[in-house]
Design a protein around this ligand. Structure first.
Ligand SMILES: Cc1ncc(COP(=O)(O)O)c(C=O)c1O
Length: 356
């Protein structure tokens, strides 16, 4: 007997793109890959095809390693570019620092060297604050930089900004990693192909997002410079990120590229965040949202704002979202591939009512 549906599919939140379900085209890709037998652990036809597509997208040297989640992708990617004594320079707001239960440090023993940033973005100057001390046996050796695209603050690096960081990193022999959990949202925001702000901007390795953009439990590590990364197959296995029935992961990743599902989904999510921002700006201009102010630009699928905490709490009783910095009264409102215009308009109405 099929499992009964236990939830109300009309329920919507603005907490995270992870609240959304799986895109029908991803489910269709899983169904299409089903039936019969395929060689396990990545020798199936879908994974072979995915390798070709990744080379077309990111350049002839690229290699792809599907994994189960973003934390796993980051751990595998960072470990592959660092020796045991290596350290990674990252923004203090980076997901690898704040939201992975210390996984990059605990699982394989690397150290993070973090730098505060106003908008989640590193710059060469900010990287330089922690990129020093090579040869000093007392200091964990800064041998990689990790940036997040789009950032945890919803901001987007341009290709030139990535290039500037990569140039500095490479001048010191450091590798460049991108946590691209929302790389598709950046592609949509920049209206550029993925390679324009990764391979062509000097990125060496990236964590390519899938789940937040409509897939079911799939991300990938993409190696762009194979000279800088080592041991990927073994690292993926011992960090428990190797899927036996990999065809279903690869088929979904293929779906993101085929028919441009990746940029379609992310472009839609971004547009819904813009719609939310524009509607709230109108409310501010009308004087009906006193105390509401935006704290970051809205380039992708997140809106960051401060508002009176009591008001935020009342809104949250009706529509879920996260506090970002409760002490400052800062919240994050996030849209997803399946957020509709009506969802946004209803949310704006709720916000206006609770301010009234
Ligand atoms: C920027 C970023 N990186 C990595 C991750 C980790 O993904 P996962 O929860 O699949 O481990 C997330 C999840 O929210 C994220 O926002």
């Amino acid at each position: 007997m099929p499992l009964a549906r236990l939830h109300d599919p009309s329920w919507r939140g603005f907490a995270s793109d992870n609240y959304a379900g799986v895109h029908p085209e991803a489910l269709a890709a899983i169904a299409a890959a089903n039936g019969g037998h395929q060689v396990a652990y990545g020798e199936d036809v879908y994974t072979v095809r995915l390798q070709d597509v990744i080379r077309e997208q990111f350049g002839a040297a690229a290699e792809v390693f599907p994994v189960f989640n973003g934390t796993g992708a980051n751990v595998v990617a960072l470990t592959s570019v660092l020796p045991r004594w290596g350290a990674v320079v990252a923004a203090s707001t980076a997901h690898i620092n704040t939201d992975e239960a210390g996984a990059p440090e605990r699982v394989t023993g690397i150290k993070l060297l973090t730098v505060p940033t106003p908008d989640g973005k590193l710059t060469p100057e900010l990287v330089a604050r922690e990129a020093w001390g090579w040869g000093d046996e007392h200091r964990a050796q800064p041998l990689a930089v990790s940036i997040t695209q789009t950032t945890e603050m919803g901001t987007v690096y341009t290709a030139d900004e990535v290039r500037a960081i990569a140039d500095l990193a490479h001048s010191h022999g450091m590798a460049v990693h991108v946590d691209g959990s929302r790389l598709w949202n950046a592609a949509a925001a920049l209206e550029a192909p993925l390679r324009a702000f990764t391979t062509e901007a000097g990125v060496d390795i990236l964590s390519l997002g899938g789940t937040k953009n409509g897939l079911l439990g799939v991300e990938a590590v993409v190696v762009l410079d194979t000279q800088r990364a080592d041991g990927l197959p073994y690292l993926r296995k011992f960090t428990m990120q190797l899927a036996s029935k990999m065809r279903f992961a690869s088929a979904q990743l293929l779906a993101l590229f085929d028919g441009e599902l990746g940029t379609r989904n992310a472009g839609h999510a971004n547009a819904m965040a813009t719609r939310l921002r524009v509607a709230l700006e109108a409310g501010i201009a009308d004087g009906v949202l006193p105390g509401l102010a935006f704290t970051q630009e809205t380039s992708a699928n997140a809106v960051f704002a401060t508002l009176p905490t009591a008001t935020a709490d009342r809104i949250r009783e009706r529509v879920r979202f996260y506090d970002w910095d409760r002490a400052r009264g800062e919240v994050r409102w996030m849209t997803a591939w399946d957020t509709t215009e009506a969802d946004v308009d209803d949310f704006v109405a709720v916000i206006r009512e609770e301010f009234a």
